[in-house]
Design a protein around this ligand. Structure first.
Ligand code: ZN
Length: 417
């Protein structure tokens, strides 16, 4: 979402809920039907690759034109008998288009790159959650919701109830997505809420009471450093948010189990042991930490009457990236950023990104390079957080980053500081 579009005044959050239903079998059948259809359209798109050059919506129209009987009763060339509601078919088409587009993008990437990358594989089957479009679902009173499901012979309406949650005021519930597990059903409900009295960042910059909070991320125990400045760039308050060591400890434990399993599987020619539960664990930790840290950032901003949060467009600490591919703190950082965006927006605080290329390690007072001391500890090099520039300005390295981001935001809007 571009900053300018935020004027529209709403944000969307996805709530994950358990769905209580007596019709588990029907959900399974419907989901099966959905995935069969997705596969059918996916295969068709390989035959009609030129469709994929269009927008997803146009692509869908073209797919409809070649597979569905039109209003004059003409039978198109790729027609197949398909007794599903048209909205359901469209949902499957959109899923297939997304998958086919992703396939060809990956294919292009692997052909372009000089390395001998493996070609992406063509899917043979799918197991996607089913997205219910309008006319396939209806929200009722009292957390009830009805779905049009396939019962093996027919499409009929069936009621279900989702687990409790405090639905925010002025919320609009959108197209639910159903995931069928072996013994239960989960539902993702996107919720759109409106924010009143929304002003743009530009307008806020004209207000002398405006305060900006710069946030710098690090791969250290202090995951996020927040610095609040006033409209003149004067320092107001700072907050260091820790949790990095705990996150690293928890995820690396799960990671070690995964590595051990993979190792055993390799040496005994057995099928790889199930690592699913450990990946799930890692993902759970990432979600948990992202929620807690983003909540801390936003609460701190509310307390200090901040109306703009500034984030950097570059990773403030490249040490990060050497971690494991699937759970490096860069992933955590991206997740926190996403959560901060919607949590802040809920509080009528806007988030903006500041271009910090080649600026993060400069002293915020004079612009000289900030040097960090390197300490040796039994074969290990430890980079200290204390930094100093050649003019003798001392500061915590990440505090300096956050300050640069906050001031960079003011400069972006031509504030003289
Ligand atoms: Zn300096």
């Amino acid at each position: 979402m571009a900053e300018e579009e935020q004027k529209q005044g709403y944000y969307t959050v996805i709530y994950k809920r358990r769905l209580y239903t007596e019709y588990l079998e029907y959900f399974k059948l419907t989901n099966q039907k959905f995935n069969e259809l997705v596969l059918k359209y996916y295969n068709l798109l390989f035959k009609y690759q030129e469709f994929l050059k269009e927008s997803s919506r146009n692509c869908r129209t073209k797919l409809e034109n070649i597979t569905c009987i039109n209003k004059y009763g003409e039978i198109p060339k790729e027609y197949f008998k398909c007794d599903v509601p048209s909205r359901f078919r469209r949902s499957a088409m959109m899923q297939a288009i997304g998958q086919a587009k992703a396939y060809f993008t990956n294919l292009e990437k692997s052909v372009d790159s000089s390395k001998n990358n493996k070609l992406p594989s063509i899917a043979k089957e799918f197991n996607f959650p089913t997205t219910y479009y309008q006319e396939m679902y209806q929200y009722l009173e009292d957390r009830k919701i009805k779905f049009k499901l396939y019962n093996g012979t027919d499409w009929k309406w069936y009621e279900a109830k989702f687990s409790k949650w405090d639905i925010p005021e002025n919320a609009e519930l959108l197209s639910p997505k159903i995931k069928v597990e072996k013994k239960f059903v989960l539902v993702d409900i996107p919720v759109r809420c409106t924010v009143e009295n929304l002003t743009t960042i530009k307008e806020r910059m004209e207000d002398k009471n405006t305060r900006v909070c710069g946030v710098a991320f690090s791969g250290k125990n202090n995951i996020a450093t927040c610095v609040v400045v006033d409209i003149n760039g004067k320092f107001v308050k700072t907050l260091f948010i820790s949790g990095g060591d705990e996150y690293k400890y928890l995820t690396s434990q799960a990671m070690r189990k995964i590595q051990r399993n993979t190792h055993i599987a390799k040496n005994s020619n057995k099928v790889k042991g199930s690592n699913k539960k450990y990946w799930k664990k890692i993902s759970k930790y990432t979600t948990h930490f992202s929620h807690v840290i983003s909540r801390n950032i936003v609460d701190f901003c509310v307390e200090n009457e901040v109306t703009i949060i500034a984030l950097s467009n570059v990773r403030s600490d490249k040490i990060f990236l050497k971690y494991s591919k699937r759970f490096n703190p860069a992933t955590l950082r991206d997740r926190i950023t996403n959560y901060v965006r919607y949590k802040a927006f809920k509080e009528n605080i806007l988030v903006t990104f500041v271009d910090m290329t080649e600026k993060t390690d400069k002293c915020y007072k004079c612009g000289e390079v900030m040097e960090r001391k390197i300490r040796k500890q039994t074969n290990k090099k430890i980079i200290e957080d204390k930094a100093i520039c050649k003019n003798g300005h001392q500061a915590d390295y990440f505090f300096n980053c956050a300050m640069n981001i906050a001031l960079g935001c003011l400069r972006k809007y031509d504030k003289k500081i």
